[in-house]
Design a binder for this molecule. Structure first.
Ligand code: GLN
Length: 477
C-alpha cells in the first residue's frame, strides 16, 4: 500500500473492491506515520485505539452492505488545538500538556461519522499563535521538503503531515493565515472557509471572531470533499451559518471561461521576487483558460497587520484567561496564596509569544486606550471588509500571493516578532473580512521551495474558489 499517493477516491475504491480493509489501512497508516515522525515532528501523539475502532466500524458497514460514508477509511490528522474525546489535546502548550478532552469538536465528529480515521494530533504553535511552528512548547516542526526550514504556522504539523503523505487530509485552524501560509510553504492545498461555514465548537479559542477550522489536502477535490462533510449549521456554535452546503467536488469540471479575476494592486506592487513571478505566471494560465483579468484596489490593506494584531490580541487576552491553574491541567507548585498560584501558573505555563499577546491585548482593551486602539481597529476592520465587498461587485474572485517569501530557515525570524508578523501580510485581510480563501500550489522556486497562490471569493462562494483552484491544478498534472 503506497500511503503517500492515496486520495479519498483511491481509498474508497480499494475498500469497495476489497483490496484492503479499513483496519489494514489504519494499521499501515499508523506504522508509516510513526516511522516518518522523527524527521519532521509533525505529530505530537498518535491515537491507535481510536483509529482502529473507527476502521473496524467502517469494515462492519461494508461487510453489512451499508454505505460506509464519503470518507470511509481515510486517514486524517487533526491539529492539536481541536479537541478530541479521550485523545490528548495540548494546543502546543505546557498548560495543557496532559489535557484529555471529554468531548469531540463538531468537525471531528462529522468527519468520523463519515468514516474518516483519526491517526493522530499534529504539532502547532502554542494556542495557534505564530507563523513558523517554532512557538510550540514541544519543539518545532521541520518542513518535509526542506528539513532545515519551517513548515509555516501555526498549523505546521498538519501541513507537514499531508505533504509527507502520512495523512490523506488534515484539519488546521486559521485566524490570520495559519492554514494558507503553511499550505503554501509545504506545497499542499489549504482552505480557510467563510467564517461560520464550519462550526467552531471544540476549536480552542484564540480570537473567536477570526477563528476558522479548515482542511489541508494534496488535491483540491479532496479538500472540497472534506469541507462539505464538516460544514453546515451546528446548534452548539451560534456563529455557524445556516447557508446550504453545495456538493463542491461534484461541481469541479475544469471550466472557468468567462470568470472575472481581480489582481489587487496593493499586494503585487512590491512583490518583485520569485514568488511574484510565479503568481503572474499562474495568472497567465487563467488568461489562457478564458478568464478575464483586471487590476483592482483594496486601499485599506496597509492597515491590516496593525488592525489584526490589535483585534486578535484583544480577543486572545480574554480567551486565555481561562488557563488559571484551577481548570485544566497545569498548576504551578510555587507560592503560598491563591494569587501566587494564578500568577505562577500563567508565568510558568505560557510561552513568550502568548505572554506578549496577552499583554498587548490587555493593554489595547484597557480603559484609557480602548477607543484609541481597539475601537479604531474595529473601524478599520469594517473598511477592509468593505474593500472586498466592493471588489466582488466587479470580479468573481481575487488572485493574490499567500506569503511574500517561501519557507524560511528555522530560527531565522524567531528573535524578530515584527518580521514574523509580516509573514501574514497577504492572508490577514481575508481573515478580517471573513471571506473564503485558499492556497493552491502554483510553482517551485529555483531553490526547490513550493509557492502557493491565494484565491479569495465573496462570502459563501467557496464553489467558485474551488472551481478556479481545480482548473489550475488540472493544468499542472
Ligand atoms: N500567524 C498569525 C498569528 O500569529 C496567524 C495565526 C493563525 O492564523 N492562527 O496570529
Amino acid at each position: 500500500m503506497d500511503i503517500p499517493s492515496l486520495t479519498i477516491d483511491a481509498v474508497r475504491e480499494g475498500l469497495l473492491a476489497r483490496r484492503f480493509s479499513a483496519a489494514d489501512l489504519a494499521a499501515e497508516a499508523l506504522r508509516f506515520a510513526e516511522a516518518e515522525n522523527p524527521r519532521t515532528a509533525a505529530y505530537l501523539h498518535f491515537s491507535p485505539e481510536r483509529a482502529l475502532a473507527t476502521a473496524r466500524r467502517v469494515d462492519q458497514r461494508i461487510a453489512g452492505g451499508e454505505e460506509p460514508g464519503p470518507l470511509a477509511g481515510v486517514p486524517m490528522a487533526v491539529k492539536d488545538v481541536i479537541v478530541t474525546q479521550g485523545v490528548r489535546t495540548t494546543c502546543g502548550s505546557k498548560l495543557l500538556a496532559e489535557y484529555i478532552p471529554p468531548y469531540d469538536a463538531t468537525a471531528v465528529e462529522r468527519l468520523e461519522e463519515a468514516g474518516a480515521v483519526l491517526i493522530g494530533k499534529t504539532n502547532c504553535d502554542e494556542f495557534a499563535m505564530g507563523s513558523s511552528n517554532e512557538n510550540s512548547a514541544f519543539g518545532p516542526v521541520r518542513n518535509p521538503l526542506a528539513p532545515d526550514r519551517v513548515p509555516g504556522g501555526s498549523s505546521g504539523g498538519s501541513a507537514a503531515a499531508v505533504a509527507q503523505g502520512t495523512a490523506v487530509f488534515a484539519l488546521g485552524s486559521d485566524t490570520g493565515g495559519s492554514i494558507r501560509q503553511p499550505a503554501s510553504f509545504c506545497g499542499v492545498v489549504g482552505v480557510t472557509p467563510t467564517y461560520g461555514r464550519v462550526s467552531r465548537y471544540g476549536l480552542t479559542a484564540f480570537a473567536s471572531s477570526l477563528d476558522h477550522i479548515g482542511p489541508f489536502a494534496r488535491s483540491v477535490k479532496d479538500a472540497a470533499t472534506v469541507l462539505r462533510v464538516m460544514a453546515g449549521r451546528d446548534l452548539r456554535d451560534s456563529t455557524s451559518a445556516e447557508a446550504p452546503v453545495p456538493d463542491y467536488s461534484a461541481l469541479l469540471d475544469g471550466k472557468v471561461k468567462g470568470l472575472k479575476l481581480g489582481l489587487p494592486r496593493e499586494y503585487l506592487k512590491e512583490l518583485t521576487s520569485e514568488t511574484g513571478a510565479l503568481i503572474h505566471a499562474a495568472v497567465d494560465v487563467y488568461r489562457s483558460l478564458g478568464c478575464e483579468v483586471r487590476e483592482i484596489s483594496l486601499p485599506a490593506t496597509e492597515y491590516a497587520i496593525a488592525c489584526y494584531y490589535i483585534i486578535a490580541t484583544a480577543e486572545a487576552s480574554s480567551n486565555l484567561a481561562r488557563y488559571d491553574g484551577v481548570r485544566y491541567t497545569f498548576r504551578s507548585k510555587q507560592g503560598e496564596t491563591l494569587s501566587d498560584m494564578y500568577r505562577n501558573t500563567r508565568g510558568e505555563g505560557f510561552g513568550a509569544e502568548c505572554k506578549r499577546r496577552i499583554m498587548l491585548g490587555t493593554y489595547v482593551l484597557s480603559a484609557g486606550y480602548y477607543d484609541a486602539y481597539y475601537l479604531k481597529a474595529q473601524k478599520v476592520r469594517a473598511l477592509i471588509a468593505r474593500d472586498f465587498a466592493r471588489a466582488f461587485q466587479e470580479v468573481d474572485a481575487i488572485v493574490a500571493p499567500v506569503s511574500p517569501f517561501p519557507a524560511f530557515r528555522l530560527g531565522e525570524k524567531v528573535d524578530d516578532p515584527i518580521a514574523m508578523y509580516l509573514s501574514d501580510i497577504y492572508t490577514i485581510t481575508g481573515s478580517l473580512a471573513g471571506i473564503p480563501c485558499m492556497s493552491v500550489p502554483c510553482g517551485i522556486t529555483a531553490g526547490g521551495l513550493p509557492v502557493g497562490m491565494q484565491l479569495l471569493t465573496g462570502h459563501f462562494a467557496e464553489t467558485t474558489m474551488f472551481r478556479l483552484a481545480d482548473a489550475f491544478e488540472r493544468t499542472r498534472i
